[in-house]
Write a protein that binds this ligand. Structure first.
Ligand code: PFF
Length: 475
């Protein structure tokens, strides 16, 4: 393998890195998914569980990915190949590096489709198509979009072109410029929306729902949902954080940055809840509306409120900004690898990676309408009802993401040298370091491993444990 790979640009400062990493973490996962998952899992107790997962699994793995990226300052493929070259199971670490650039492509292919929906909704809101209409019309509008392949692919293409346009310009000229504009805008819009929701909505009900825990609402599934959501929301196991770490200069503290990213990401998820639930409750609507919460419930609500159209536009702009600062981080790992293969060809390589992702995304979009009866893994019973979109979601955003996170923790904990870890983290060999190392050596591999096994066996593990527990209680 050629180790003399091209040098990558570096972030201008720790602050721009932080904006970019928070930009990657804050996305559809925070504003679209988190509120409805909280809704489905009963509110406050789930929020606490989620925060626990962020602390126990999230922050340690963010630290691990950043330190591995920065150690060799290359794409995940070459960083892992480099660190693993003289270690046992070298091939496994090579494969892990590849997984770290392929998984984000898998995620981006369907994430780009959803980013397209949000773009489409900015325009729909702006044009008044969702103003002065009844709930059925709003629902029909959403279903209409879902069943129209041309509209869906058009907007997915726009989302991918924006992503490619930013990534092609490089770290300083593209990624940094984008996050320097989009992230402050995102925070301002979010605060405006929270203020509006608290003023015009049912604040006390929303506060109760989000922050007063009722642990009886938690089930075994909630634990899995919380862990999966934490991984997805922090962009772990999917190359973005590791690649962004590779562009980090050596003077920046990785532990501090990791806590900053996790804190901001969680804060945004909670603020998104505070922007949404007060108005959902004020209208007596269902917080458990699932994926339609943002695209169906909210437009109905906005329509009945003063300045609803304006705030509706702002809301969908917010999600779009959040999505774009994530899509660029999903394309970057592959582009950084291709740049190492073919130096000085960033524009072409971005186009290549983007075009392949776009093409897979088209299949994902079509699987929601005209290709809805194509089930690529239909011959396996448990995948019999999953189309391309669902399979990409299942494998990239669940199976491989968790697997990557588990393996990277194992790799840093058991394979990498302690001195290298200490040096990269800039910590003393004391309590904090020992605690982190214990987490990635034991707690993360076992915890994520159990979650993973339970996930792929569709709850078998959890059911057995619950059976045992109930048996013991009865005995
Ligand atoms: N963290 C993003 C979100 O919450 O929407 C999704 C994501 C971005 C996942 C980048 C993985 C990734 F590499």
């Amino acid at each position: 393998m050629n180790m003399a790979v091209a040098k990558h640009e570096k972030w201008s400062s720790g602050f721009t890195f932080l904006l970019a990493a928070i930009g990657s973490a804050v996305g559809l996962g925070n504003i679209w998914r988190f509120p409805y998952v909280v809704g489905e899992n009963g509110g406050g107790a789930f929020v606490l569980l989620y925060i626990g997962m962020v602390i126990l699994f999230g922050i340690p793995v963010v630290m691990t990915e950043l330190l591995i990226g920065r150690r060799y300052q290359m794409s995940p493929v070459n960083s892992l190949a480099h660190i693993g070259q003289d270690k046992p199971a070298r091939r496994l670490w090579n494969a892990l590096g590849w997984s770290y650039v392929l998984v984000p492509i898998g995620i981006l292919s369907f994430y780009g489709v959803v980013a397209g929906w949000t773009l489409n909704y900015v325009v729909k809101m702006g044009s008044g198509a969702l103003t002065g209409v009844d709930a059925t019309t709003v629902e029909n509008t959403f279903n209409g979009m879902m069943s129209d392949p041309v509209v869906m692919i058009f907007w997915q293409t726009v989302a991918m072109l924006i992503t490619m346009g930013i990534v092609a310009r490089g770290v300083k000229g593209g990624l940094e410029k984008a996050v320097e504009i989009l992230m402050p805008a995102l925070f301002i819009i979010l605060l405006v929306l929270v203020a509006y929701a608290l003023y015009a909505g049912d604040t006390s009900k929303a506060m109760d729902f989000l922050f007063v825990p009722d642990f009886s609402k938690l089930t075994g599934r909630s634990v899995l949902e919380a862990a999966g959501q934490a991984f997805f929301s922090l962009s772990l196991g999917s190359g973005a954080i590791m690649t962004y770490g590779a562009y980090l200069t050596k003077d920046i503290s990785i532990p501090k940055m990791s806590c900053g990213v996790a804190f901001a990401d969680t804060l945004v998820a909670l603020l998104a809840g505070l922007a949404i639930f007060p108005i959902v409750f004020a209208h007596g609507l269902d917080p458990q509306a699932g994926p339609g919460l943002v695209f169906v419930t909210l437009p109905v609500v906005f329509d009945g409120m003063p300045f609803g159209q304006l705030f509706g536009i702002l809301f969908f702009l917010l999600i779009t900004f959040a999505a774009v600062t994530s899509t660029i981080s999903l394309l970057e790992p592959m582009v950084s690898y291709l740049e190492e293969r073919v130096p000085h060809m960033r524009l072409k390589m971005t186009f290549l990676a983007g075009a392949v992702t776009w093409a897979v995304g088209v299949l994902a979009a079509l699987s929601l309408n005209v290709m809805s009866d194509v089930k690529p893994l239909g011959f396996i019973q448990r995948f019999a009802d999953k189309g391309v979109f669902d399979l990409l979601d299942y494998f990239s955003a669940n199976v491989f993401m968790l697997l990557n996170g588990l393996m990277i923790a194992f790799f840093a904990g058991w394979v990498m040298k302690r001195t290298a870890l200490l040096e990269e983290l800039g910590l003393e060999d004391s309590g904090l370091f020992k605690f982190w190392r214990l987490l990635i050596k034991v707690v993360v591999p076992i915890g994520v491993g159990l979650i993973f096994i339970n996930f792929v066996t569709e709850g078998w593990l959890m059911d057995s444990l619950e059976g045992l527990f109930n048996g013991a209680m009865a005995g």
